[in-house]
Design a binder for this molecule. Sequence first.
Ligand code: GTP
Ligand code: MG
Length: 279
Amino acid sequence: LYPHTGGAFTIGVTGPTGTGKSTLVDKIIEEYRKRELSVGVLAIDPSSAFTGGALLGDRVRMMDHSLEKKVYIRSMASRGDLGGLARAARNTIRVLDAAGMDVIIVETVGAGQTEVQIASTVDATVVVLMPQLGDEVQAFKAGFAEIGDLFVINKSDIVNPAKTIYNIASGLQVKDGWRPPVLKTVAVKGTGIPAVVDSLEKFQKHLEAGGLREKRLRKRIESELVDAAFSDFYHQTVRRLGDQKELDSLVARVVKRELDPETAASRLVGIISKMGERA
Ligand SMILES: Nc1nc2c(ncn2[C@@H]2O[C@H](COP(=O)(O)OP(=O)(O)OP(=O)(O)O)[C@@H](O)[C@H]2O)c(=O)[nH]1
Ligand SMILES: [Mg+2]
């Protein structure tokens, strides 16, 4: 499929839990459909730490659109494997891209390592927040400021968002010639959605002009290759170490205090590089 990818504009939508991301995505799909573009959606659901099951409510909520031909919605459970999730998400995005979707939206929750990784796999990242006292400060501490290309203050019907907008906008920096806009929406009513999509289209043009999109893509591919190679190498190495006596004997010597863990670790590096030579 890979040669057929590269045509889609990819958007990550993230933010704290319950800020209205899925509702907003729903309306963004509608707006893009009005503009006659096809939309693929990948919803990465938070999984419960207790059951390991995923909450597929998002999929149900967005089902209205999945009946349409030009909209395809898919949910993915997070299952707690961070690196694996970002990798699976990247490749799922590629399937949607090759299938000819004009726009692909990925919804994630939070600003953990996964969201940052996923933000680094899309063209544009939308951070969805709510106008609540102190919320903006905490959210920014959680690392949203660095990943957002566009900020949406949703649920503007509940509390006047002016102060939140001001606080967030004044903390943002111009990055690659782009000052991230801060927009207010009421997703449940569809208020402010055309302006969000206008901003996304403006950002898309900004990326394409001046070769910024390709510059960012090079960085993304570089980290993808390094991540994927190291992850494969790690799993292969752990498996092969399991078949060897050397690790066992190092462990035994550290347990007996004949060797300290740091020295043992550097010997292990030696053993691993020799394994590579033998392969
Ligand atoms: N008052 C108000 N409620 C909203 C708005 N947007 C969404 N909601 C409601 O907020 C709740 C959460 O919305 P979701 O779209 O599920 O939020 P989410 O960010 O996707 O939630 P998670 O995926 O669980 O993090 C729902 O009950 C929505 O109906 C809004 O603009 N105003
Ligand atoms: Mg959601």
